[in-house]
Design a protein around this ligand. Structure first.
Ligand SMILES: Cc1cc2nc3c(=O)[nH]c(=O)nc-3n(C[C@H](O)[C@H](O)[C@H](O)COP(=O)(O)O)c2cc1C
Length: 171
């Protein structure tokens, strides 16, 4: 059996991690929205990468929709966000995005993302602006106000080790 990376990214940070991981681990990668059951059926390990918006893992709807056959696979999930280091916040976002049966089937890796305010669409700028008013943590508020870039290949170290172990078993 083999592994594949499926990713969903709007502004490129999740895609960057997916590409680094694919290159390091010599795994194929595909945009989540293009992945059809017949393309993926032969893979034993599915690694899903997703951006986070307004507390929601953006790949969650796709995961729920395809759960019928995904549940037979070994599953890893990595996300890109601004609050990657806040374990409580990560837990909340995971629970808000996926029902318990599904979230518990994934090994989860929250990674630090990037927010470049110049790149944002008009509505995303509005959402980030309004969101920054309601975030209680002053550091998080500052990050949302000015943007951030924490994307770093080294952040993949833990995930890479897990994938390596799966590859030894599965390939
Ligand atoms: C409209 C919008 C809403 C966001 N909401 C959150 C959020 O609720 N929590 C968080 O930690 N990060 C949030 N972020 C930050 C993104 O998760 C971060 O920029 C991520 O790296 C984007 O991934 P991408 O570059 O693959 O699209 C938000 C970003 C945008 C543009």
């Amino acid at each position: 059996m083999k592994g594949i990376i499926l990713y969903r990214s709007q502004y490129g940070s999740t895609e960057q991690y997916a590409r680094w991981l694919a290159k390091d681990m010599k795994l194929p990668l595909m945009k989540l929205e293009q992945a059809r059951e017949q393309d993926i059926q032969s893979y034993g390990l599915i690694i899903i990468g997703s951006n986070i918006k307004v507390g929601h893992i953006q790949a969650a709807e796709w995961i729920k929709e395809h759960w019928g056959w995904l549940k037979e696979k070994r599953l890893l999930l990595f996300t890109c966000s601004g609050s990657y280091a806040d374990a409580e916040e990560q837990k909340k976002m995971l629970e808000n995005s996926l029902p318990a049966e599904i979230k518990d089937a994934f090994q989860y890796f929250p990674l630090p993302g990037r927010l470049n305010k110049d790149e944002l669409s008009f509505w995303d700028r509005v959402i980030v602006f309004l969101g920054s008013k309601t975030v209680p943590d002053p550091a998080a508020r500052e990050r949302m106000k000015h943007g951030f870039d924490y994307v770093d290949q080294e952040q993949l170290a833990q995930l890479r080790e897990v994938v390596k172990r799966f590859k030894q078993v599965l390939i």
